[in-house]
Ligand binder design. Structure first.
Ligand code: ADP
Ligand code: MG
Length: 476
């Protein structure tokens, strides 16, 4: 039997507001436990929520960025459940009237083709606190720093068909929220989290199969692995004559399997009802257009512009706009060296290879954009050849000195002195009489060989254009 996979993602990003969703407490990552929790966050009786308008603006910003319908009236609801890290006994969320309605985002697949994935909705809700099980023996600790932190939950349509697409979707979301400056979206720190809904069905079937939900996966790589392992598990269950049970599962990265956590809750279990302590949030056209006017250039638009303005390929423009930091780095190099094409080659080539090798982000680059720009400028003004530039680049990693100083120190300047080049050319002609004769007889390919010999003699420093010209002149 041939199967096809259906995936829908629920992604939580923490909004980087200064204070919490309904209280004035800060919610910075990494603070000492319970130092960022006030009487409201602790759910002391008599305290009341005050809605943080910044969170609303950020949610609308996101909605506009994905071309979504914006809810002019959104309503907060209580989702009731008991857990030690939820002192109120309910989470405030938006059930039927979310701030952000239907939208879409475009992902680029590995072969370069694009696919549009529908976004069902994005609603604002508060985070719960955190239970700490490892730090104490025989006890659990409760840290309420995170309680009440604003989240945006972004729900996709079940339109993703494999693990690679799921990762591409997540990376695109990650990129967009960072361009928008509404979240750090650091998976390892929990400011971006992902629940994956997976089902399978016989190829060609239109009805959805029963899904499982894998909770809280905290890296792109694990999302991919968890999906692939869950697909295989579901196939085995069905092919062994069983049925997939709708349930919540967790991914065990060590064993590369998913295991059952609990049976799936349904909306009814939570006894949702409208939050009586908060009014519906009503926004008007002018509120929305003010936010629209301040939207930054987003990855798709930037990519398009890079292709137009700098004549970059679709692929290079995609790589250079994948993250906001990468785009900024590239634009600085391009501006400072005055050659976008060369800048793109160096950033997507040598620099990216270096970063990948060391598992570094562009923000951690050991070579700052101004230095790379200077290096490229020296290729452009013929101080060094492109090949020698690679040697300089290597040296720059170990030596903090300026680019010019390195070129000077290592004696790497390109030889353009006609006298010196003539000496080289004469030597090559004297040493290779056979090839010279072949060239005279019209065997053009030999010229490349002779130029190569001269370049070798000069240790790569001769200007190849001059060598070429002089060789030709002398031989003919
Ligand atoms: P809940 O709120 O109970 O988690 P939703 O209906 O809101 O359920 O769906 C949550 C996510 O699950 C959405 O991203 C949706 O696209 C996805 N989803 C729903 N049904 C399926 C299915 N049969 N297979 C895969 N994904 C699904
Ligand atoms: Mg869910």
């Amino acid at each position: 039997m041939e199967w096809e996979t259906v995936i829908g993602l629920e992604v939580h990003v923490s909004l980087s507001t200064k204070s919490k969703l309904f209280s004035g407490t800060a919610s910075e990552f990494g603070a000492e436990p319970n130092t960022q929790a006030n009487i409201f966050d602790l759910a002391l009786p008599g305290t009341l929520p005050v809605f943080n308008e910044e969170a609303l603006k950020m949610a609308v910003r996101f909605g506009l960025a994905i071309g979504a319908e914006i809810g002019e009236r959104s309503v907060f609801d209580r989702k009731n459940y008991f857990y030690p890290d939820l002192p109120k006994g309910y989470q405030v969320t938006q059930l039927d009237f979310p701030t952000v309605g239907k939208g879409a985002l475009t992902i680029t697949l590995e072969d370069g083709t694009e696919k549009v994935i529908g976004v069902t909705r994005a609603h604002i809700e508060e985070n719960a606190g955190k239970s700490l099980h490892e730090e104490f023996s025989g006890q659990s600790g409760i840290d309420l720093n995170r309680a009440g932190e604003p989240l945006l939950e972004i729900v996709s349509e079940p339109e993703i068909t494999n693990a690679k697409e799921a990762v591409a979707y997540l990376k695109k979301l990650h990129s967009i929220v960072r361009y928008l400056d509404i979240s750090d979206a650091i998976m390892a720190q929990g400011s971006m989290r992902c629940d994956v809904n997976v089902s399978i069905r016989p190829k060609g079937e239109t009805e959805l199969g029963t899904r499982t939900e894998i909770k809280n996966i905290n890296s792109f790589r694990f999302v991919e692995k968890a999906i692939n392992s869950e697909i295989i598990r579901q196939q085995e269950v069905i092919e062994d004559g069983g049925e997939v049970v709708q349930e919540t599962r967790r991914y065990d990265a060590n064993k590369d399997i998913t295991t059952s956590m609990r049976s799936k809750e349904v909306a009814n279990d939570y006894r949702y009802f409208p939050e009586p302590d908060l009014l519906p949030v009503v926004i008007d056209e002018s509120f929305i257009s003010a936010i629209k006017a301040e939207l930054p250039e987003l990855p798709d638009a930037k990519k398009e512009r890079f292709m137009q303005e700098f004549s970059l390929s679709n692929y290079d423009a995609g790589v250079l706009t994948a993250t906001r930091e990468m785009a900024e780095y590239f634009e600085e190099v391009a501006k400072n060296c005055g050659d976008a094409k060369l800048a793109a080659n160096w950033v997507t080539g040598d620099l990216l290879a270096l970063l990948n090798k060391n598992d570094m982000e562009i923000t951690e680059s050991p070579i700052r954009s101004e230095r790379l720009a200077t290096l490229i400028s020296r290729i452009k003004d013929n101080t060094i050849s492109g090949k020698i530039a690679k040697t300089v680049f290597e040296t720059m990693l170990e030596d903090d000195a300026g680019v010019d100083e390195i070129i000077e120190k290592k004696g790497l300047k390109q030889v353009t002195d006609t006298g010196e080049i003539e000496k080289l050319v004469d030597e090559v002609i004297a040493n290779n009489p056979d090839q010279v004769q072949q060239l005279k007889d019209g065997k053009e390919q030999v010229l490349g060989f002779l130029v190569g010999q001269a370049m070798k003699l000069s240790q790569g420093k001769a200007n190849p254009g001059q060598v070429n010209q002089l060789l030709r002149e002398k031989i003919q």
